[in-house]
Every structure is written in C-alpha cells, then in structure tokens.
Design a protein around this ligand. Structure first.
Ligand SMILES: Nc1ncnc2c1ncn2[C@@H]1O[C@H](COP(=O)(O)OP(=O)(O)OP(=O)(O)O)[C@@H](O)[C@H]1O
Ligand SMILES: [Mg+2]
Length: 214
C-alpha cells in the first residue's frame, strides 16, 4: 500500500507518524520503503540512526524530490508498502504523492485546528482526486491533550463536517514524551524499553486503522 503522510503545515507530526508506521509495518514482516520527500531530511536522519545502531528490522529509506509519483509507481512493485513523508508546505512532492497514494493522512494539532488551515488542503485533495479518484484522505489529531476530559475530537468533527474531502480518523495520538524519545533513538514507540503503554496503544490503534481497515 502507498501511504502518504502530508500536510501544508510544518511540525504537526508527519515524520513522527511516518517513522512509527514504517517500523511497525516492518515488524509485521513487510518490506517497507520510507520515502523522505522533505529536504529537511528528518526521516532519513531517523533511519540513519536506526542503521548505525543495527536496529532490526531494517527499514529502507530513500530521498526523492520533485515529481515523486513516477518514482513511487516504479518502486511500488519492489516493496509491500511505501510510506511517504512529505514536507510541511504546499509542494510538488505533496501534490505529486497524492496522485499515487492509496491513503493520505494529514496530522493536525488540535490547537491549530481550524477550517481555514484545512480548506486549502481540501482543495488540493479534490484536484488530486480528478486523477486519483480512489484516494482517501484522513485527518489525524496529533499531540492532543493527554487529559482525556478535553474533547478535542468532537470539536474537530464539527469543523470537518463542512469539508467533504476530509474525514477524521477514529484514533488520535496524544502529546507523549515517548514519541520524542523514540525519534531520537531511531525507534518506533512500540520498540522502546521500557514502553509507554499509552503511546503504544494510541499508535497501534491508528496503525490498525491505516493498514488493517478497508
Ligand atoms: N504525539 C506526540 N507527542 C509528543 N511529541 C510529538 C508528537 N508528535 C510529534 N511530536 C514532536 O513534535 C515535533 C514535530 O514533529 P515532527 O517532526 O514529526 O513533525 P513534522 O510534521 O514532520 O515537521 P516538519 O513539517 O518540520 O517536517 C518533534 O519534536 C516531535 O518529536
Ligand atoms: Mg517532518
């Protein structure tokens, strides 16, 4: 499956989710390519740490810029999954990835959640759907408050009701230090010892939604 993690906004958790998904998918025995299309190279940096430490399973990571759709189509036969990390801006990489992705996930922090930041994304999606009509695009609430009494999901749902191109993923990820620690060590939160059970539960729910739901 080709999964794009992209957003127009920077720092919302794209690389965090892309690297966690890549490691979790590889742990399930799949050949995964993590495709870093962001010139900041954070996903590449993460995978280098992982390689240097000899962490298994190894994850293939490649960088590609510009029109990535042709390259992704070529590589699709060589891997079970391609997870694309697209940089935090409206870019050729983000737009061209949408042409070949099966699913796209847009992490958004609840504090930045408003219809104005998402409507350009919805427009981009509707253009991509002309060429890739089966594309499904989901918003993921990331770095939600660790205090479950704050109903950020309900507010988000209300805002998204007006944007028919975008659906809200059922699972959400809260702000947990484990995600920052795992990133530093070239790991997913599911590989850390000792584990943060809440972080693991949240990312696992999301992972299942991405890779195991229709
Ligand atoms: N759920 C989370 N809990 C705690 N920290 C998080 C979480 N998600 C992301 N972060 C942290 O937030 C920062 C930004 O995350 P990340 O680099 O994944 O965002 P990004 O969207 O890839 O940014 P950019 O647009 O710069 O590529 C990082 O320091 C990351 O460790
Ligand atoms: Mg990033």
């Amino acid at each position: 499956m080709i999964v794009l993690i992209g957003a127009e906004k920077g720092g919302t958790g794209k690389t965090t989710l892309a690297t966690n998904f890549a490691a979790m998918r590889a742990q399930e025995g799949h050949e995964v390519l993590l495709l870093d299309t962001d010139s900041q190279g954070s996903a590449t940096y993460w995978s280098r740490i992982r390689d240097d430490k000899g962490i298994k399973p190894a994850i293939y990571c490649a960088q590609k810029f510009g029109r990535v759709d042709q390259e992704v189509s070529k590589l699709a036969g060589k891997f079970d999954d391609i997870i694309i990390d697209a940089g935090g801006r409206d870019s050729e990489e983000l737009r061209s990835s949408m042409l070949v992705a099966h699913k796209a996930y847009v992490p958004v922090q609840p504090s930045q959640f408003d219809v104005w930041t998402l409507s350009p994304m919805a427009q981009m999606v509707s253009k991509a759907k002309i060429l890739n009509p089966d594309l499904k695009v989901y918003i993921i609430l990331n770095r939600a408050s660790p205090n479950p009494s704050v109903s950020e999901a309900a507010e988000a749902q209300e805002i998204l009701a007006d944007l028919e191109e975008l659906e809200l993923s059922k699972a959400l990820v809260r702000d947990r230090i484990a995600f920052r620690k795992a990133a530093r060590d070239g790991l997913s939160v599911s590989e850390m010892t000792p584990p943060d059970p809440k972080a693991v539960a949240e990312i696992t729910e999301l992972y299942k939604e991405v890779f195991h739901a229709g």
